[in-house]
Design a protein around this ligand. Structure first.
Ligand code: DI6
Ligand code: FE
Length: 423
């Protein structure tokens, strides 16, 4: 017993020492895709990055390194590419069960209604999530989280929305918060009580919003579980008016908003989101130019989710040209969820955004770093610059376009989370 305690105490000391040592170092002989605004990818060849106390203290040409950083422990990057660590800004990664049976049924020709009658669809995930304990939900989520971390993700957004009752929505958010205690990753939570109408409120969406969704938002906020408020604005989910009601409560509590908008039809969700200065509007396949302009004026990021488009075999791509024309920043994310996007590779998502939507490799990498950070309201990560967090990914490639080009290949060598090595 005492031996066990001594061992873990020693482990703790060693780990703390390793972490403090790793928190200040110089990585050199690298190509740094800083994602700053100079040139393609903000690329600096033959670069060096100095990290001090988990933050970036200097970045530039190795030949121009100021002498004060010479004493730092040197790590030879051996010509590898270094980018900001990746940011996955839209996931539903905490949920119970899976929907593989529904996937098979659909391939055999079952319609959405038949799937729902057989107990499938979003309702089946709600049942499985309500039936799971917090420790089960955590255990089921961690392998999915680990798959993302193995590709150099250091910041992850996680939504609630499969509880749709007071207790389970809070549980989902607690599990999301727990993930950042057991893994080297920063988690931002979004309350998505307005995701679907649960079976017990069928045909009574207004009652669900008033009796469950809004009171649970207040309770979750009181427990400090909510970084942003999200909703699903769609014919099969909630109307613009219902989402507005939820957003008004969010605004009164001082919480930022974001929205699943224009995924399957154009209801004006993105315009509503923009009127609340939303951090992001997400999906956006059916968005029109008026909505794009509203997003631009509000500084709302467009989050592009090719995994759901691919899985649902959608035909209408989001208006990428209009986002370019109006200079709306585009983020790219997995939308990891059990139904429409059972996807846990952000690199594959970048490839999908290029192949399905014709986004450039540079747009895809900005979408999974700089603009994904903006979609979460973060300005301390997503680019390599002095004063930002030392969340860095080191890749076994020489040029950043290779990250988007490959399909199903993970060239990560290692990454750093606030200057701490993640092997
Ligand atoms: N949009 C989607 O595609 C998913 N949620 C959302 O808001 C669907 C989620 C599911 O089917 O479980
Ligand atoms: Fe989603």
């Amino acid at each position: 017993m005492s031996r066990h305690i001594n061992t873990s105490a020693l482990d703790f000391v060693l780990q703390a020492k390793a972490e403090s040592q790793m928190a200040s170092f110089l990585i050199h002989t690298i190509n740094a895709a800083t994602m700053q605004d100079h040139g393609p990818y903000g690329l600096i060849q033959n670069a060096a990055i100095a990290v001090e106390n988990g933050m970036i203290a200097w970045v530039g040409l190795k030949a121009e390194l100021p002498s004060q950083f010479e004493a730092f422990e040197h790590m030879d990057g051996q010509g590898r590419l270094v980018t900001p660590a990746l940011v996955d800004c839209h996931t539903h990664i905490v949920f119970g069960g899976n929907r593989a049976k529904e996937f098979e049924m659909r391939l055999q020709g079952a319609s959405y209604e038949e799937v729902a009658r057989a107990g499938g669809g979003i309702v089946s995930t709600v049942m499985a999530t309500r039936g799971a304990s917090e420790s089960q939900l955590l255990a089921e989520a961690l392998p999915r989280v680990d798959a993302l971390l193995k590709e150099g993700v250091a910041t992850l957004e996680i939504k609630s929305g499969y509880g749709l009752d007071h207790i389970t929505e809070l549980s989902m958010l607690r599990v999301a918060r727990k993930i950042e205690q057991v893994r080297k990753v920063r988690v931002k939570t979004s309350y998505l009580g307005a995701h679907a109408i649960p079976a017990e409120y069928k045909g009574k969406s207004a009652a669900y919003i008033n009796d469950v969704c809004i009171p649970t938002l207040r309770a979750a906020h009181a427990e400090a579980l909510v970084d942003a408020v999200d909703g699903f604005c769609e014919g099969i989910a909630f109307s613009v008016q219902e989402i507005r009601q939820v957003f008004e409560v969010a605004a009164s509590l001082g919480i930022a908003v974001k929205l699943h908008a224009e995924q399957l039809s154009n209801l004006g969700g993105a315009k509503l989101a923009a009127s609340f200065k939303a951090l992001s509007a997400d999906h956006l396949e059916y968005l029109d130019e008026e909505g794009v302009v509203a997003m631009k004026q509000a500084g709302t990021v467009a989050v592009i989710l090719p995994g759901a488009f691919y899985t649902l075999r959608e035909k209408q791509a989001p208006p990428i040209e209009l986002f370019r024309k109006h200079n709306v920043p585009m983020a790219v994310s997995t939308d990891c969820n059990p139904g429409s996007s059972p996807l846990t590779s952000l690199l594959l998502t970048m490839n999908m955004a290029a192949t399905l939507f014709r986004m450039t490799p540079e747009e895809c990498l900005r979408g999974a770093t700089q603009h994904a950070a903006a979609a979460l309201g973060l300005d301390d990560c997503g680019i390599i610059a002095v004063g930002k967090r030392a969340d860095l990914a080191v890749w076994n490639v020489t040029h950043p376009n290779e990250l988007t080009y490959r399909i199903g290949f993970n060239p990560l060598h290692h990454h750093y989370f606030k200057g701490q090595l993640c092997a």
